[in-house]
Design a binder for this molecule. Structure first.
Ligand code: AMP
Length: 282
């Protein structure tokens, strides 16, 4: 497996693979890889001849008050995990390689980014859309793999690819969880023992929401109130949002009468965690 730092090296390698008639799958990440990322690499290796993983903490998607500086990084560990799962090349650029001094073009999106995480992180999706567009232009994959863990991001990327006619198939992959239910996340490393226990309210609330839907409750306010009672029972938890939206448009709905996404962001101490379920997956 190759670890490369420059755009030119990625292009050269992908050009060679293309000349050999090979297909290319792509897994964009911010590194500090765990089994969630590994599941995307596995899916890509199943579907494609070659798999590229990007390992880049993208400064553009962090607000000044967020955790850009403290975000965990460990390229050596990431390389071992990615290689063990069949990755052929890791792209680990420095920020200057991605954003030169005169960088001034952005990919922005309206509507889908105005709800959920877009409300509490106003510049986030502009950063995500811009970096993913750039990475797509660099890697030129046949398919790209995203986790349902970041459900709004998945919807935004699908929409961007459609709007901008990018010739890339977007594959959404299931949320991988710890054995007690907590969704795997690089940010889980911020939690101390007490917070780690408290963080279980997210997946527990997800289960409560799923059961309510399974039991035929269609009134979103009723489902959400059951979930909120659970989260609010945990003193270390502070809700950023818990909402039900149309899975495609990411606009709030009152009744589950179409494919819906129930998503939450909850602070456990200072750490902001997300979790969700799609009604279609129940
Ligand atoms: P990140 O490194 O957090 O930006 O995530 C990179 C990709 O991995 C995104 O598409 C995430 O949705 C996905 N991902 C992160 N955590 C998980 C998880 N627990 N299960 C499945 N996919 C995940």
């Amino acid at each position: 497996m190759k670890v490369v730092k420059t755009i030119a090296e990625v292009r050269e390698q992908v050009r060679q693979w293309r000349a050999e008639g090979l297909t290319v799958g792509f897994v964009p990440t911010m590194g500090y890889l765990h089994e969630g990322h590994a599941s995307l690499i596995d899916a890509s290796c199943r579907d494609n001849d070659r798999t590229v993983v990007s390992d880049f903490v993208n400064p553009m998607q962090f607000s000044p008050n967020e955790d850009l500086e403290s975000y965990p990084r460990d390229l050596e560990r990431d390389s071992a995990l990615a290689e063990a799962h069949g990755c052929d090349m890791i792209f680990n650029p420095e920020p200057e390689e991605m954003y030169h001094e005169n960088f001034s073009s952005f990919v922005d999106m309206t509507v889908l980014t105005e709800e959920l995480c877009g409300l509490s992180r106003p510049i986030h999706f502009r950063g995500v859309c811009t970096v993913v567009s750039k990475l797509f232009n660099i890697v030129k994959p046949d398919r790209a793999y995203f986790g349902k863990k970041d459900a709004q991001q998945l919807a935004v990327i699908r929409h961007m690819v459609d709007d901008l006619n990018m010739d890339i198939e977007i594959i959404g992959c299931p949320i991988i969880r710890e054995s007690d239910g907590l969704a795997k996340s690089s940010r889980n490393t911020y939690l101390n023992d007490e917070e780690r226990k408290a963080a279980l309210v997210l997946s527990q609330a997800v289960e409560i929401g799923k059961s309510a839907v399974k039991n035929g409750i269609t009134d979103c306010a009723e489902i959400l109130s059951e979930m909120k009672v659970k989260i609010e029972s945990e003193p270390l938890a502070r809700i950023d949002y818990v909402k039900i939206v149309d899975a495609e448009t990411i606009q709030q709905i009152e009744k589950i009468d179409r494919p819906a996404l129930c998503a939450m962001a909850v602070y456990i101490g200072k750490t902001r965690l997300i979790d969700n379920f799609f009604t279609e997956d129940i």
